[in-house]
Design a protein around this ligand. Structure first.
Ligand code: ATP
Ligand code: MG
Length: 463
């Protein structure tokens, strides 16, 4: 209880804590700066029509209504926001009464989703600072926020947000931007700064360490040195986060078009090893730089695809992250006498089940990953009917792209993808020619035929 009270004293009234000049100001005396319409570059024409409808409707019903978070940050940077989040003083029940097309979601903190066809506008009620004694906000012994379901005012809501640039509010009433935390200045200098004492805020929610990397890379901002400092030491707190949440966060980290930079930065702060422990160990076993090169190439390739507007899939990227661990295990099994295809299957199972405890993967993703991996040794089989069967496999394209990456980084014979490229282009006659066994080489199929013919003859004799 004492820790909880101290925490709130620190968050709510850091004036008592003179050693922390950056700490959060008292809630009842916020130093707010209002940037009038003429002082910022957000214009309504950049805002989704549906988000505007929601804002205006809330306002007409007598409530406050603001855009907040990533959309305000991105609009200020002249970027197109991924989505638009609205915040209001109406509670979820009141929001539901205003919008027919609305669903209330969330257990930890209830909020409303207003549906417009495929677009969803998320409408949240201001979060309150809460009162430790009312038991609605609870901290774990590491300082993690376990429950956080108190409604409040904008002055309280702002201090619960993570970074200053994520805590700017666009007010639909007068089109101004409301800034309690110095977010506008940080915007100008390109600084990603946590609100309040960094260590406390990371302990409250360790995922903020991953978010720090994600935003620093995505926005091209510098991480404030005070935020940067405790990350190494606190990284292990991420072990306490459910693997499903880490998977969602890892998807955002690696599928946003900055996978390579994100990977480098996560490694720099000691965060990568928590998301991908087996990959990190395999990176230490570099053979002439090849394993690392392969992953780097895969990440670079994925970023390029996103830049070209092509799709990227989670399973392809996760296959790349975990390929080295799978290949290392498979090789060990083959050396112990296991058949190649069995060795890859077993290695894949082991690696996937270990990875599931770090970032828990949906089943359809692990199935596709297994296919990409177990098809790799099959590319070596270029004689007889196997190539034509491989070509019709639903995962052929992904497995082939994977092979290309391996070959480019020294992990497979560079001849192989060239042969397969030719084979894919060839007509049937040419394909048959390409897969014909060289003279004197007996294929498995021919052998099977002979044994089949001999057997009935032997039976005939005995009758
Ligand atoms: P993106 O462009 O990736 O959606 P975002 O900033 O909108 O970035 P969200 O995860 O959508 O990120 O969250 C919306 C807002 O909610 C954030 O800008 C931030 O103000 C607040 N927020 C989200 N997650 C946290 C967190 N873990 N701790 C504190 N505040 C958070
Ligand atoms: Mg968002």
């Amino acid at each position: 209880m004492k820790t909880i009270l101290n925490f709130f004293k620190k968050i709510i009234n850091p004036a008592r804590n003179e050693a922390e000049p950056d700490a959060v100001p008292a809630v009842n005396a916020p130093a707010v700066r209002i940037y009038a319409r003429a002082e910022h570059n957000i214009s309504r024409s950049q805002i989704s029509e549906n988000a505007l409808k929601v804002l205006y409707r809330l306002q007409k019903s007598g409530f406050q209504a603001y855009l907040v978070g990533g959309c305000v940050r991105d609009l200020l940077l002249g970027r197109e926001p991924k989505d638009f989040d609205v915040v209001t003083d109406a509670d979820p029940e009141q929001i539901r009464k205003i919008f027919r097309n609305c669903r209330i979601i969330g257990r930890r903190f209830r909020l409303a989703h207003v549906h417009f066809g495929r677009e969803i506008i998320e409408v949240a009620t201001f979060r309150g600072a809460g009162d430790a004694q009312d038991d609605k906000q609870v901290l774990s012994k590491e300082g993690r926020l376990l429950r956080d379901n108190v409604y409040g005012t904008i002055e309280e809501d702002v201090w619960r947000r993570d970074f200053t640039v994520n805590a700017l509010y666009y007010n639909i009433k007068d089109f101004s931007v409301v800034d309690y935390t110095g977010g506008m200045d940080d915007h100008k200098t390109g600084t990603l700064r946590l609100i309040g004492d960094p260590e406390t805020r990371f302990r409250e929610d360790p995922v903020r360490m991953l978010r720090a990397v994600r935003f620093a890379v995505k926005l091209g901002f510098n991480l404030d040195p005070a935020c940067e400092k405790p990350i190494h030491e606190l990284a292990e707190l991420l072990y306490g986060i459910p693997a499903a949440r880490l998977y969602d966060e890892a998807l955002k980290l690696f599928l946003s078009g900055y996978a390579l930079q994100t990977f480098e930065m996560l490694r720099h702060y000691g965060l990568f090893q928590i998301l991908f422990p087996d990959t990190e160990s395999s990176l230490a076993l570099e053979e002439e730089g090849f394993p690392k090169l392969f992953l780097v190439k895969a990440l670079e390739n994925s970023d390029n695809r996103i830049a070209e507007g092509k799709t990227v899939t989670a399973y392809f990227l996760w296959s790349a992250f975990l390929w080295e661990p799978v290949a290392i295990r498979a090789k060990e099994k083959i050396a112990r006498g296991m058949a190649e295809s069995m060795a890859y299957q077993e290695a894949a199972n082991e690696v996937v089940s270990r990875q599931n405890s770090s970032t828990s993967l949906p089943r359809h993703i692990t199935m596709s990953m297994r296919e990409v991996w177990t098809l790799q040794p099959k590319f070596n089989m270029r004689i007889g009917s196997k190539p034509s069967r491989l070509l019709t496999h639903p995962r052929f394209r992904a497995a082939y792209d994977f092979l290309v990456l391996r070959a480019e980084t020294g992990g497979a014979d560079p001849e192989l993808p060239t042969w397969w490229a030719r084979y894919q282009e060839a007509d049937e006659t040419e394909q048959r020619k390409m897969t014909r066994p060289p003279r004197g080489v007996k294929t498995g199929k021919a052998k099977r035929k002979r044994t089949y013919r001999k057997k009935p003859a032997a039976q005939d004799k005995s009758v």
